[in-house]
Write a protein that binds this ligand. Structure first.
Ligand code: GLU
Length: 370
């Protein structure tokens, strides 16, 4: 097998014992062994690990997940160090160097910083290191957070152009209903179209545990981000990390989400997931069809309403008239200009603004359907 780039995400509920809050040492040891096994076979491995907040609480004897932001941030600073120390002990026993990479959402906003993060990961992998990633919980501003490590891991998988993303959790795969209550629940082994999952009415009601922030909903959202980027995504049990290798060998482990055959290119992925939108444009139905179905650029004539204050070159959400986002893109005009030219034909723009503007409001090359 050609060497693969593999991102593995493990959550707090797998890493700690839910009763005591202490580390689940045997799970961590099995995970580390499995990842080192993958490294020995020549694969590149990135681990996205939660646990900073949970372990910080255990260290400080705090019995409940902190509610205030300042408390969460302080506790994460305590836990992150502990977490890395434990990983370093385990990985070092198997002679595997690791690195700590703490990311915040804002690190990916600027294209240059996004590319820089890509280069750092690539260099670490080239050095044979296993980067261990978490959100920089101590310094991330609440509004600028990934929020959960499922999303973070999908973004990392997209950033490093991974072949696989494994979302390790406490169930072995998705079922058509909750198997604990419904004996007719069917396992779902392969999802080739995520939209069909919603049609199947899959029970994704699980909102995560009291310590983790994810749940099936965020895992499916993560699978969507990753598969669009061309990453095959697997939801499976964290207690059996040796399943990762079995999945690589083609065994039907967990629920697997097939990657898009034609993944978005890196720049479009950055527009879709790196940039933070600064405003919203509401379009009429003609413009929605032109953008969604006919692959056209966005012109001023199709814009009904402009929301927010933004500069030209900022990212905006492009929505239908009910506010449902259909695309995201980089605008060529600021919000004041757009307020003046919305609804007007392109030929009228020089007269309205008093200067020659761009022909398009969002050029197709700077637009991604969502
Ligand atoms: N970054 C958080 C932590 O380390 C976890 C986020 C999540 O649970 O997804 O505690």
């Amino acid at each position: 097998m050609k060497p693969q780039t593999i991102v593995v995400k493990i959550g707090t509920s797998s890493l700690t014992n839910p009763q005591t809050g202490y580390l689940a040492l045997s799970t961590i040891a099995a995970l580390v062994e499995a990842l080192c096994g993958l490294r020995r076979q020549g694969h590149d491995v990135v681990l996205v690990s939660s646990g900073a907040v949970g372990i910080g609480c255990a260290r400080l004897g705090i019995k409940e997940r902190p509610r205030t932001i300042a408390m969460k941030q302080a506790v994460a600073a305590v836990g992150q160090g502990r977490l890395m120390r434990v990983y370093d002990d385990f990985f070092t026993s198997l002679n595997q160097p690791i690195a700590q990479v703490l990311i915040t959402r804002s690190d990916l906003v600027q294209r240059s910083r996004y590319v820089n993060a890509y280069r750092t990961f690539r260099q670490l992998l080239k050095l044979g290191v296993v980067p261990i990633v978490n959100e920089n919980d101590t310094l991330a501003v609440e509004e600028l957070k990934f929020g959960d490590n499922d999303t973070l891991s999908a973004q990392v998988a997209s950033l490093v152009e991974a072949d696989w993303l494994f979302l390790l959790t406490d169930v072995d795969r998705l079922y058509s209903a909750d198997p604990r209550y419904d004996p007719t629940a069917q396992p779902i082994n392969l999802v080739d179209d995520i939209d069909k999952l919603t049609a199947l009415n899959v029970d994704v009601g699980d909102r995560g545990t009291s310590w983790g922030t994810g749940g099936m909903v965020t895992k499916i959202a993560a699978a969507r981000i990753a598969t669009v980027a061309g990453v095959r995504t697997v939801i499976t049990e964290g207690r059996s990390p040796q399943n990762i290798e079995k999945a690589l060998m083609g065994e039907p482990i967990g629920t697997q989400f097939a990657p898009e055959v034609e993944p978005q290119n890196a720049r479009k992925r950055w527009i879709a997931h790196g940039l933070l939108p600064a405003g919203k444009l509401y379009l009429d139905s003609g413009a929605v069809a032109a953008i969604r179905d006919a692959g056209k650029s966005l012109l001023a004539a199709g814009i009904k309403e402009v929301e927010g204050e933004f500069q030209s070159r900022d990212a905006v959400q492009i929505c239908d008239q009910h506010g449902n986002e259909i695309a995201r893109g980089i605008v060529n005009y600021n919000s004041t200009e757009l307020q003046q030219i919305r609804g007007h034909h392109s030929e009228a723009i020089p007269q309205i603004l008093g200067y020659e503007g761009e022909a398009t409001v969002v050029h197709r090359d700077n637009l991604v359907l969502v």
